[in-house]
Design a protein around this ligand. Structure first.
Ligand code: PTJ
Length: 263
């Protein structure tokens, strides 16, 4: 038994040689996060939907996900005011990686919850602080700005964060909020395993991959593209076509299961 099992998942019975070990380990992590108050109840359902698409995609990063990562990294490097929006699922699965990415990009981190409660915001803030984040936006002791076109707690955003950002990375986002942000002329980057979701179709750049692979890939791509000149980065962003990329993901799923192609 490794440290992860002993400390975080004392009751976990997953055998390491299980063919779907990684996926089952993530599922346990999500259940554990729910029990610790990080995840909304529906965060577990959202994870299950993602898990089904991950299974269909072969649980590995496809070539078109890699292309989307390049475009996302280029857009984030070019951004004047990049913001990374964090929800319960993101905080549960990749807190350290989000903090590293934000540091590398000099981006702000903002907690934005669909099912917003003061308690969850505080738990997620502590997790990000433990991962090394210093200035976390979206908490309860700031002035809020409301996102036009949305109602209730999910309309709230930080005046120093998403509200004034030019480029926003919002993994696992709900369709209404994605649409509202695009209407505000933000360049929207999302990570969503479902290439058919409204968010995936609305965003400017959608990385169809599991967040646990996509964020480390993004960190790597930012590292590789950081010293490349701006005109080449603009070219990468211009050449990326989100709709075509999503269609490729859907084709990958169908080809994979008719035995035609590997990822
Ligand atoms: O923490 P909160 O309160 O902000 O709530 C977060 C959830 C995710 C519950 C909320 O934003 C929500 O309801 O989202 P949706 O509309 O269910 O969309 C989540 C999308 O993320 C779905 O299309 C899933 O397929 C996808 N998804 C789930 N798990 C992963 C994922 N995509 C990438 N990596 C995953 N691990």
């Amino acid at each position: 038994m490794n440290i992860y099992h002993e400390i975080l998942l004392p009751n976990c019975m997953i055998n390491k040689d299980h063919p779907r070990y990684e996926s089952l380990k993530l599922r346990e992590k999500v259940v554990d996060a729910y029990n610790r108050g990080i995840l909304a109840e529906s965060g577990m359902i959202a994870h299950g939907r993602g898990e089904a698409f991950d299974y269909l995609l072969g649980e590995e990063t496809t070539s078109n996900a890699k292309k989307a990562v390049q475009a996302a990294a280029a857009a984030l490097i070019l951004a004047k005011y990049p913001v990374i929006s964090v929800n319960g699922n993101t905080a549960a699965l990749v807190p350290n990686e989000i903090v590293k990415l934000a540091d590398d990009l000099n981006a702000k981190i903002e907690i934005n919850l669909f099912h917003r409660t003061e308690k969850r915001v505080s738990i997620i803030k502590n997790i990000l602080n433990d991962a090394g984040a210093k200035n976390i936006l979206g908490t309860y002791n700031e002035k809020k700005a409301m996102i036009r076109g949305l109602n209730g707690p999910r309309a709230s955003s930080s005046r120093e964060g998403v509200y004034i950002a030019d480029v926003v990375l919002v993994p696992l986002e709900d369709g209404d909020r994605a649409e509202a942000l695009v209407k505000l002329d933000k360049l929207l980057i999302t990570i969503d395993l479902n290439p058919l979701s409204r968010t995936a179709k609305t965003a400017n750049i959608t990385i169809v991959d599991n967040i646990v692979r996509a964020i480390p890939n993004l960190i790597q791509a930012v590292h590789e593209l950081n010293n490349i000149n701006d005109s080449y980065l603009h070219q990468i962003v211009r050449d990326f076509n989100n709709q075509e990329n999503l269609e490729e993901s859907i084709k990958k799923i169908s080809d994979k299961h008719t035995g035609r192609v590997k990822t």
